[in-house]
Design a protein around this ligand. Structure first.
Ligand code: UTP
Length: 625
């Protein structure tokens, strides 16, 4: 016990509620060894009393939020993990990797269609969880990532796209007919202090994007204290000795929040069978969710990780089954820098992570952290563990003595580590692989970092790639559905923030047009687009013998239908023009602006009616911008 600190706290005791005094004394105990937090306090002056009260309040909250065990448990865990990190311990020592079970699905194939059918029937029994508490430091955007536009043709935000995708799933025949009534598919959003208020504002200012307010639940994750050294001393703010430095604890908090909020129990009572987790910026994820739900159902996976093909040694975590020398098994995400050494150590020829000659990819697929979990066993398991997820620490040391950190660190946890808690059980854990073009297009990097990745030949994961990949995915789906849409091409002379990308027709298929491949396919009967074309389609619209060479926006409001027949739409279209160093933030992140020259448009909103446009262009409005 730090005598000095203990006396200081006692001399201030009348300032604080007894529980706070008790906590402070516990923190000064030999076990916690946090006397430094108080040893600088001046007992003779009352000038800083308000600041001291705030600090005690902050400590109380940090203690309450880290459960089970509170701050002392956090410090104990931190000491243990910091010791392991210093010793360079590999968390997977004693484990041997092998290829886990899973399904490789080719989008648009017969197998995919069958899986989507099965998956859509499960959709009415699915709850969605968006983890959106991250700071997004790498992107360097002032707002929250879910407020970013997915593309600038319509300016739809990520959150808008996600909510509308869930609403579209909820409206499908498979869901409506098999439920016998309209149901509200639930969405939970995990926010943090950094994102909460802006997320609420985004939802409210957009009228919840058409969802019912009661359909969406927000859960706020709290931060954890930072650590200054290997003895897990908590960090005080450089500018204010009465404030503790804190940082996010990672997306693994989502499990304990779902448990503590009682949502899992509530969903179970509502008949929910699956929980689907996804991240703040992946505009393609809802293209693959129905098929992946089909895999979860048909293979009865308790935990299904959505993956993309991964080249051997590529810097992406791989899903692997690990078997311990004592017989325990788990199927888990293994970071690439741990996977290769594990494979080397356990193979007879020391070959490590190598591509399978048949596919050209590593047999350990790349985890994209979109997860589908079976609710019943998940809820049961969390009742036992409280949702606690194995933590890790990643200190950046000043030098090889590993005694001092460059800056304070903290414990973190990741949502994909949940299956670690299933080790030794019979839980069925597997994966579903879809190609990158249809399943994964995150926006994580600033233009400057994206450029470095571009120069290295890696995916840039910038706002620019996010936008073009979104259009290119929709174009490819149209091609698979029989439409004639040119393949995107790279024009190396056209650079956006110094990077070039495959570009072609700009296609936006809103979720209400079709949330499964079959649904999109059923709307297309002879459609062709030129490379300079823009097609934005929303609602129940079908195309029969339609040629587009220009910009065309067509929207059937909910409850109405448009049939387009024998049409040839031609106008000057829109142009994506490079623009460097723009003042406006989104333009700066994308590196372009859109010059709209001419647009043909059609909007129909008569309820329960069908508008047939047969060869008559006069029904379309031509806008010159
Ligand atoms: P990212 O890896 O993109 O991290 O998170 P980040 O914190 O958002 O961005 P950087 O690293 O600062 O650039 C993956 C997903 O997990 C969520 C993010 O919002 C994103 O959807 N996340 C991350 C949380 O919800 N909480 C966290 O503490 C961290």
């Amino acid at each position: 016990m730090s005598k000095n600190a203990e006396e200081i706290i006692k001399s201030h005791a009348e300032l604080f509620p007894p529980l706070q005094v008790k906590l402070a004394l516990k923190l000064c105990s030999n076990e916690c060894d946090q006397g430094h937090l108080f040893s600088d306090w001046d007992s003779t002056s009352r000038g800083d009393d308000e600041k001291k009260k705030k600090m005690m309040h902050q400590l109380e909250l940090l203690d309450k939020n880290y459960q089970p065990g509170g701050l002392c448990e956090y410090i104990k865990n931190a000491k243990k993990l910091l010791k392991h990190a210093k010793e360079g311990q590999n968390p997977f020592d004693g484990w041997h990797p092998s290829v886990p079970k899973g399904e490789n699905v080719e989008y648009g194939s017969k197998k995919h269609r069958e899986l989507e059918k099965i998956g859509l029937k499960q959709a009415k029994k699915t709850a969605f969880v968006l983890v959106a508490g991250g700071l997004g430091e790498r992107l360097g955007y002032k707002g929250i990532k879910v407020r970013l536009p997915v593309e600038r043709a319509t300016m739809e935000t990520y959150l808008g796209l996600y909510v509308k995708s869930i609403l579209a799933i909820q409206e499908t025949d498979e869901v409506v007919r098999t439920s016998g009534q309209k149901i509200d598919v639930p969405l939970a959003i995990m926010t943090s202090e950094d994102t909460h208020a802006m997320t609420v504002d985004l939802l409210e200012s957009n009228d919840y994007f058409g969802a019912k307010k009661t359909q969406i639940t927000l859960m706020k994750q709290e931060k954890v204290p930072c650590l200054v050294d290997n003895d897990a001393h908590l960090a005080l703010n450089d500018e204010d000795k009465y404030v503790l430095q804190t940082k996010p604890h990672g997306h693994g908090d989502v499990h304990s929040l779902l448990h503590q909020s009682g949502l899992l129990k509530k969903w179970k009572q509502m008949g929910v069978k699956w929980v689907t987790f996804f991240q703040d910026t992946n505009s393609l994820v809802f293209r693959v969710i129905p098929g992946a739900l089909g895999v979860s159902k048909s293979r009865d996976f308790e935990f299904n990780s959505l993956c993309v093909p991964r080249k051997a040694k590529e810097a992406v975590g791989g899903i692997a089954q690990l078997t311990h020398t004592d017989g325990r098994k788990m199927t888990i995400n293994v970071e690439y820098n741990q996977l290769d050494p594990l494979l080397r150590a356990s193979s007879s020829d020391g070959s490590g992570d190598v591509n399978d000659p048949a596919t050209g990819f590593s047999p350990y697929p790349g985890n994209i952290n979109q997860l589908i979990v079976k609710l019943e066993p998940y809820e049961k398991q969390l009742s036992k563990t409280g949702g606690a997820i194995d933590e890790f620490v990643n200190p950046k040391y000043k030098d090889s003595s590993k005694t001092a950190f460059k800056s304070p660190t903290r414990l973190e946890c990741m949502m994909q580590d949940y299956p670690k808690s299933l080790t030794g059980t019979k839980a069925s854990v597997g994966f579903t692989v879809f190609d990158n073009w249809v399943g994964y297009s995150p926006v994580k990097n600033s233009p400057e970092d994206g450029k470095k990745k571009f120069d290295d030949g890696q995916p840039t994961h910038t706002a620019t790639s996010g936008e073009f990949e979104f259009y290119n995915c929709a174009s490819r789906i149209l091609r698979l559905a029989g439409a004639n849409v040119p393949e995107p091409e790279i024009d190396s002379k056209q650079k956006f923030n110094g990077m070039s990308f495959p570009t072609g027709s700009k296609v936006v298929l809103s979720p209400s047009f079709g949330c499964s491949f079959e649904r999109v396919e059923s709307k297309i009967d002879n459609l062709s687009l030129t490379a300079k074309s823009v097609l934005i389609v929303e609602g129940d619209v079908s195309f029969e013998n339609v040629q587009i060479d220009g910009a065309f926006e067509v929207k059937a409001e909910k409850g109405s239908k448009i049939v387009l027949k024998n049409l040839s739409v031609k106008n000057k279209s829109w142009e994506w023009r490079s623009k460097a160093n723009a003042k406006e933030e989104i333009t700066r992140l994308c590196g372009f602006e859109i010059k709209k020259k001419e647009t043909s448009s059609l909007l129909y909103s008569e309820k329960n009616k069908t508008l047939v446009v047969d060869g008559d262009l006069s029904q379309l409005e031509l806008k010159t911008h």
